[in-house]
Design a protein around this ligand. Sequence first.
Ligand code: CS2
Length: 487
Amino acid sequence: MQPLSNQTLSSLQGKVTLPDYRLQARQPGIGMVHLGPGAFFRGHQAWYTEQALKQGGDWGICAVSMRSGEVAKALNPQDGLYTLVELDSEIRYQVIGAVQKVLVAAEQYAEVLAQLSAAETRFVTLTITEKGYCLNAAGELDLQHPEIRQDLKRQTQPITAIGLLVTALQARYQAGEAPFCAISCDNLTDNGHKLKRALIRFAQEWDPVFASWLQSMKSPCTMVDSITPATDDALRQQVANELGLADAWPIKRESFLQWVIEDDLPAERPDWQSAGVIFAADVSAFEKAKLRLLNAPHSTLAYLGCLLGYETVSDAMQDDTLVALIKRMIAEDLMPSFRAPAELDAGQYSADILQRFQNPAIRHLLAQIAWDGSQKLPMRLLPAVRDNLASGSSIRYLALAVAAWCRFICLRQQSTVPLVDPLAEQLLAVAASCTGDATADVARFLRLSAVFGRDLATEPRFVEALTEAYQHLTDGVVSALSHYTGV
Ligand code: CS2
């Protein structure tokens, strides 16, 4: 079977939505670099940019993987083209042409640096996951992070996204070029401002004058949303059957997608607005709504679902007691923890999210959502715990979700399935020392200050709620759910 490429693209005319500018051999200039070309970026920001490119403009994307060569190996022989499959009430196929090339920083550093430093590069977007920012529990750059320490020494090419971006920004500074606009598209609270502070803090270690110049860089906050499971061979076969061409790395996602960007960007930008992007003066309310009404229930489903032996989100959503628990958590612990944007009907938004979770066409693995809990809990569950402790609201179900993460770590420690988490070694060591005595076990987990900070470990209401939940889960997950839901 022939591969998808510029040469074979025309054979798809009339079959699927195509990047018509590619068919007209209109090669857009590269105005953007993206760090972390995983499935989410390729189904979300690249889709929005594709819509903008159909209107014109030099907003082609150079995607950059920091280390892994897999995406480059899959997409470069396809001229950057790939298939996006929307799996919902109907199935829609489209070929995305926004990615012009994929580079690997570890292997093609000079080319990556040149692209980041080029005047034509006006935007750098990032999906590097929460751990990619190398932040501490306070959300600031962790100067003691081993990879940050290595990059600060400047004896080898940078291995962190922060080190790479600061190196490129300094090249622009020294060349008299303006800084690019950096756009974080990760599920971090206050993502754009944290990214900018991390870049400036890193730069201060090199050259305080250059660091003060970085204050002029724009780094808007964003909220991003679309459920985009990892690609599997079943999707590759489905696409080959539909297109009659081989696509080494197609992407699947639900139809729903949303991108809210803080309206603090250069005037000259891709026409994302025509594709439905919302520009808002303040993204924080949208970000909290999404992190607390989608990502917090997602993580809760992941850990409780794994403990119950479910494989996917839609499987877990078939469990009435588990769904009842999630709904109780949303109503009693999450909704009271924040103020939704005026234009958002939070009740309907939450109901729509649970509907999205039930989508049987999307095989979203709970084990994948369970990755990196040490980085996700501080963004999704613990801010709501702190807000509710301060307001005197319930933390009962939030504590159960955190306890489920603790028990999930213990589960992984007793199994051969690897724990995917940057703190895996520490977490497994804690789990190995757990005895099933809830008070002692919880105290061990709470000593993980990178996750819980210093405050929560000594917060009596939280310690008590977490210990009670941990005990119930240790006694039995099904009985624990019945206890918490009364079902
Ligand atoms: C998920 C998110 O893997 C996870 O942690 O909760 O990737 C989620 O699918 C997206 O944020 C949805 O927009």
